[in-house]
Design a protein around this ligand. Structure first.
Ligand code: TXA
Ligand code: MG
Length: 318
């Protein structure tokens, strides 16, 4: 039984403090989105560059117009279809939104998270909370309260307990501030699911991004050297005198036992894989492996978000 002091969390937010909150995607580091001093604390705690905009979390679709202007039918259609849920909409910002939230841009990211603890907090707080993932900048997002404490234990005033996040990777981000919607970050709400609601194809910035991992910005990354390889490449590598101990995150049953090689078998379906991914990487990262080798996941679109995160986790261009 999870017991949280929501009243205390609300009080901390009102006082300008930081509360870590569970959401269905990953844990967030929440502050009052109307309080610049509180917002500044987020950037300090995460060591995040000040021009990176924050997502504002709301209790319900009805609050959208307090934060955004010129909200199109497309935007409302997506909000009604997917909220509460793992979708962030980028909209033209309302005039009074603090520039720490928007990174000085004319747009704002909004979402209604689908987690009972987050929703109870938001309803009781009565306004929006800005919440990036509750990790230090560039590192893996936390999917448990323990992981939040490991990342930011001393920097937050309260960590709300919400169990392991159901989705496990960050929300799909769709920019609906322009003429046609564009996916900026793939998530477990797929391009196909969005296109089905809009009844038209949707563009994806992520699609045009370079596919080779080395040219992507390093993010969501373990501290241990982490490499993404195809199954045959892994087999070839394990046949060499590669430095050990090492961990292999695999979709297959690798039955040969090799001293110093730890095999972590992952789920075969994308939703279960996403649920486990950050938890697994975080656990492996604690174990002093010389290297973590991750087997490439299928090219099917349901794996887009996972492939994106793996490519970033294994990119060493900081
Ligand atoms: O699932 C999620 O989205 C989690 C949970 C806590 O809600 N949050 C999350 O926040 O992943 P964060 O800050 O780690 O990532 C938010 C991303 C950043 O890449 C940021 O640049 C982008 O959203 N973003 C926020 N506002 C934006 C805006 N106005 N325009 C473009 N991108 C924006
Ligand atoms: Mg993040």
């Amino acid at each position: 039984m999870i017991r949280n002091d929501i009243a205390k969390a609300v009080e901390i937010l009102r006082q300008g403090g930081l509360v870590a909150i569970p959401t269905e995607t990953v844990y967030g580091l929440a502050a009052d989105a109307r309080n610049p001093a509180a917002l500044r604390k987020i950037f300090i705690a995460k060591q995040r560059p000040i021009d990176h905009p924050l997502i504002v979390h709301l209790a319900a679709v009805a609050e959208l117009s307090n934060w955004a202007r010129d909200v199109s039918e497309t935007a409302f259609a997506l909000a009604h279809a997917f909220w509460p849920g793992p979708l962030t909409l980028i909209l033209k910002k309302a005039q009074d939104v603090n520039e720490l939230v928007t990174g000085g841009q004319d747009t704002i990211g909004l979402r209604v998270p689908n987690h009972p603890v987050a929703l109870e907090l938001l309803r009781n707080f009565g306004s929006g909370v800005a919440a990036p993932s509750a990790n230090r900048f560039g590192r893996i997002s936390p999917t448990t309260a323990d992981a939040v404490r490991e990342e930011l234990g001393n920097e937050v005033d309260l960590v709300l307990e919400g169990g392991q996040c159901r989705v496990g990777v960050e929300s799909t981000i769709v920019d609906v501030s322009g003429d046609s919607p564009v996916i900026l970050r793939p998530g477990m709400i797929s391009e196909a699911a969005i296109a089905a609601v809009l009844q038209k194809p949707i563009g994806s910035k992520a699609k045009n991004a370079p596919r080779v991992s080395g040219s992507l910005e390093s993010h969501y990354a373990p501290s241990t050297k982490t490499t993404l390889l195809r199954a045959e490449q892994i087999d070839d590598l394990l046949a060499t005198e590669i430095e050990k101990p090492l961990a292999v995150v695999s979709l297959r049953d690798i039955s040969v036992e090799i001293p110093g090689v730890f095999i972590k078998k992952m789920p075969q379906n994308a939703a279960d894989y996403a649920h486990d991914l950050y938890f697994v990487l975080r656990e492996l990262d604690k174990k002093q492996f010389k290297q973590i080798i991750v087997e490439m996941v299928p090219e099917f679109s349901e794996w887009d978000a996972i492939r994106d995160r793996l490519q970033r986790a294994t990119s060493d261009s900081a």
